[in-house]
Design a protein around this ligand. Structure first.
Ligand code: 26V
Length: 893
């Protein structure tokens, strides 16, 4: 390819023999060669783009799919051709269209040289791409027709695609929604992430024990048609080693970070941005051929193994030092490769004045995992570009921004200082300098305003290096450490570094941003009040309504005035309000919901074997399993309800609102208490679902392996969804927004984005229960003082579980134990399940009452969708673009 390209260009410029031309070329200086190649490359590309027409009609698409099969683009074998091959061929055809847009966007951004934002994230939960990609390109009909003419259905082929599950939960899915919105708004911004071989894990439920099992998620096993490998884009990533002289880092180990681009098309725009994922590969020169030939395979394969370990999974266990080193290496690789790439692109676009870097680049750190982007930018500016420390710091502070996604103390990352020192000695040097400067500045700024004691406490809370300085007030000196014997472990607090380096610090829902400012980072708020912002999360209405719920979308389009404008401008959904009581709309609305319930019912049957009644209320809680999210409150409520029904007469039972209670979510592999919650749910299901007295009045289902496509099946079918975290603990939640968009009513606490959802939909259409955030601490104190008396309903339910009604007797002792006692994390009912229980079950009675009135319920359902406009991630991204990144749309003509 490169050869033909050289030949083509040279034969035009010199009319001599091919050999001579190559010789002349090789004799030229590198610089001239590069420039010539660039000019030629541009014209070759342009010619190629003109010469090849990518089809956009059904017939052309059909031929394109056939071409993928016949020419070996996909690895199909004539005698063995399956649906997966057909999916691959279809995806390849779509990919051609994406590549065309990607190239145009790249060229356009290059030419315009706008300020560009970069979203760096350890997680991207993209889910499946086919339906979304062709939907965003508005080619769904064409693909559907093309496939039909080949004897396939688009819907069933789409099911062949594996989920790209490079994420753990909300933070990763948010990143994916953000990319969709960035592309749709034609904004110059890219995502950077990691190409893990196995992602998080696939969850199974063991048939005999009812417990969660984790399996490697082999999403790449048959290749990934959506990625474009770019082996030419590769950066060295260094680790370990030593510092020579003042600051020269001589690394001990290196891997190469190689780029893989996933094109992300916008909706209703030609813009197609990039999600660039990094893969680690051994550096060729490190391969010790001599060792290999001497059969010392361990030595020879060392670098290869390191690279493979680094890419194996997301969030490897970090209980050991090795585990921590691996996780930190992953984080560093993500940051280093991304920042090197960002600076390379900045140069490629002809920029030269480093002081103006913040006018062209903004880096958003998605939580603290990409914190090292800040010291890495410093290192590159100082060590590679020769800027002074001070200048580099000024630039860095204007370039990076930080989003906080959780206030759970265990998720605020701290790395052992000795590990960091060992793995990244140069960065540690820079971090120490940042910390020094920060503390000196603070002392200066608050001189005379804080006494010594106050200052000591203030610095203790804000310094990056925890448990390092002997005396913060007296002025720490480099290398000052506490006496080893009495010293708690020295750590590097990543969030503190983010607050100090970041140009902004934002939370992800109003209440969370308020908590971050008032509690989590209250000292930083005193210093940098101006940095604190709120950016309430959002979700993309393309994936989460238009594509996952075509039945409801059709009804919406008709009733907002026969327009699909709502797919981008979700405020248009408000038009549904006028007809929320209209029986005609109500009828169509209910039919759409029923169609989705049927699909969900079939899915539940297929994955769990459980037959659920279609006319029951579909009541769903899907999210990571965590004590603060209180799946335990839900299941205890279900047990309470079960016992109530059992105690009823036949006549009373006839009035019960039947419910299908669905749970889904992964428990992190080492989070034992969360795994016990999963087990309690499956144990309750085993009993309730087989109790002839209950029959169809209640079913309890745990849907295994909750992921993006499972969410796309469950959410449109849901009538009630549960967002019931202890007030003040859920940063935002984003599934609550997806449920609301799909006309689902919410039972929830005043937490995260629930607060704003309730404001939008109105108090009458939101089932609120539980204590408020400011009541949480007093409730814990009440408990610690031994003054809390749990309601009888709660105690009886606990005792019932304890009696061995579900699972094996004694199986849930530790779980129930966490709800007892008087204080402490992990005991004393830290998340206040007992405190909120009575309020919860009473609220569930209100839900039943409301459901009995189907007209009223449907009205609330319509109003939910109608008022969900605010939770469009286009709104969120517009705010990031204007209020943090300072970037403007750059539309491909
Ligand atoms: C959690 C874990 C747990 C397993 C081990 C590794 C690991 C690493 C990081 C984290 C932090 C996860 C933070 C997160 O996902 N936060 C969620 O962010 C959503 C988007 O802003 C938000 O809607 C959710 O409320 C919040 O929990």
């Amino acid at each position: 390819m490169l050869f033909t390209h050289l030949f083509f260009s040279l034969s035009l410029s010199h009319q001599s023999s091919f050999k001579n031309q190559i010789k002349t070329l090789l004799l030229k200086t590198n610089e001239t060669t590069k420039t010539e190649q660039k000019i030629n490359a541009a014209s070759v590309f342009e010619e190629a783009e003109k010469a090849v027409v990518i089809p956009k009609d059904a017939d052309g698409i059909k031929k394109s799919i056939q071409r993928q099969i016949a020419t070996g683009t996909i690895p199909a074998i004539p005698t063995y051709f399956d649906n997966e091959d057909m999916y691959q061929a279809t995806a390849q055809a779509a990919r051609e269209q994406l590549v065309e847009r990607w190239n145009d966007t790249y060229e356009h951004f290059h030419k315009e040289n706008p300020k560009q934002a970069y979203y760096i994230s350890m997680e991207f939960l993209q889910g499946r791409a086919l339906t979304n990609a062709i939907g965003n390109m508005k080619l769904t009909g064409e693909y559907s027709d093309a496939l039909r003419s080949l004897g396939y259905s688009l819907e069933s082929l789409a099911e062949e695609e594996k989920n790209m599950g490079l994420g753990n939960g909300g933070l990763g899915r948010l990143a994916a929604c953000f990319l969709d919105s960035i592309a749709t708004l034609s904004l110059p911004a890219w995502g950077y992430g990691m190409r893990y071989k196995y992602g998080l894990f696939k969850q199974g439920i063991d048939q005999t024990t009812g417990q969660q099992k984790e399996y490697a998620d082999d999403w790449l096993v048959r290749g990934n048609p959506w990625e474009i490998p770019r082996p030419q884009i590769s950066y060295p990533i260094s680790f370990y080693g030593k510092i020579e002289g003042d600051s020269k880092w001589v690394p001990g180990q290196q891997v190469a970070a190689v780029a893989y681009d996933t094109p992300i098309p916008g909706y209703n725009t030609k813009n197609c941005i990039s999600l660039r994922l990094w893969d680690a590969q051994p550096i060729v020169k490190d391969f010790n051929l001599t060792a290999f030939n001497d059969s010392d395979y361990k030595a020879a394969m060392g670098p290869t193994n390191l690279a493979q370990q680094m890419m194996a999974v997301l969030y490897p266990g970090d209980a050991t030092k090795e585990g921590k080193a691996l996780r930190l290496s992953q984080q560093y690789m993500l940051c280093s490769a991304s920042v090197q790439d960002i600076l390379a692109r900045w140069k490629e676009r002809g920029n030269t004045d480093w002081e103006k870097l913040p006018e062209k680049v903004c880096v958003q750190m998605n939580d603290t995992h990409p914190t090292l982007a800040a010291p890495e930018l410093m290192r590159l500016l100082i060590d590679e570009e020769g800027l002074t420390w001070e200048k580099s710091w000024e630039i860095t502070k204007k370039t990076v921004a930080y989003t906080n996604h959780t206030v759970m103390p265990e998720a605020l990352e701290k790395w052992p200082l000795d590990l960091m020192e060992e793995l990244l000695p140069r960065h540690m040097q820079i971090i120490r300098q940042i910390d020094q400067k920060f503390m000196n500045d603070v002392k200066e700024a608050f001189k005379g305003k804080k006494d010594d004691k106050e200052m000591a406490a203030f610095l203790k809370a804000t310094t990056i290096l925890e448990n390092v300085y002997a005396d913060s007030v007296g002025g720490p000196k480099m290398g000052d450490t506490m006496e080893k014997a009495e010293a708690p472990p020295a750590t590097v607090r990543m969030a503190n570094l983010c607050c100090i380096a970041g140009l902004s610090i934002n939370g992800v829902a109003q209440i969370h941003s308020d908590i971050v400012k008032a509690f989590t980072f209250k000292e930083f708020a005193e210093i940098y009040g101006y940095k604190f912002q709120n950016k309430t999360n959002g979700v993309t209405p393309r994936r989460w309504l238009a594509f996952c719920n075509p039945e409801l979308s059709k009804v919406i389009t008709k009733w907002v005035g026969n327009t699909d404008a709502w797919i981008t401008d979700t405020e248009v959904l408000r038009k549904l309000m006028d007809n929320a009581k209209n029986p005609e709309l109500q009828k169509e609305w209910k039919e759409a919901k029923l169609a989705r319930k049927q699909i969900c019912k079939d899915y539940i049957k297929k994955t769990t074997g459980i037959d659920v009644p279609i006319n029951a209320m579909f009541d769903i809680q899907v999210k990571r399993i965590h004590e603060y999210k209180r799946q335990l409150l839900n299941i205890l409520g279900i047990i309470y309800r079960y016992r109530q029904i059992k105690a009823m007469s036949k006549e009373e039972r006839a009035k019960v609102v039947p419910r299908v209670c669905v749970f889904g979510g992964k428990a992190y592999a080492t989070y034992i208490q969360a795994k016990r919650i999963v087990r309690l749910v499956t144990a309750v299901g085993e009993v309730v679902n087989n109790d002839p007295e209950i029959g169809d009045l209640m079913k309890v289902v745990f849907v295994p392996d909750y992921n993006v496509s499972v969410a796309e099946t469950l959410i449109p079918a849901s009538e009630l969804s549960q967002h019931i975290s202890t007030a003040g603990t859920e940063a935002s939640g984003t599934s609550n927004m997806k449920f609301q968009m799909n006309g689902c009513l919410i039972i929830g606490t005043l937490d995260g984005a629930n607060v704003e959802i309730r404001e939008c939909v109105g108090d009458d259409h939101f089932f609120l229960f539980g204590i408020t955030e400011d009541e949480v601490e007093p409730a814990r104190e009440e408990r610690a003082a031994g003054k809390f008396v749990a309601p009888k309903t709660f105690l009886d339910t606990i005792e019932y579980v304890r009696s061995g009604a579900f699972g094996k007797k004694g199986e849930f002792e530790e779980l129930l134990g966490s709800l007892e006692g008087n204080s402490g994390f992990g005991q004393g009912d830290y998340f206040l399940v007992g405190k909120d229980f009575q309020s919860y079950i009473e609220c569930q009675d209100e839900v039943d009452e409301a459901y009995r009135n189907q007209e009223g319920w449907t009205e609330s359902s319509i109003l939910s969708t109608a008022t969900s406009g605010k939770f469009n991630s286009d709104r969120t991204i517009d705010q990031y673009a204007k209020e943090i990144w300072d970037i403007k749309p750059c539309v491909v003509p």
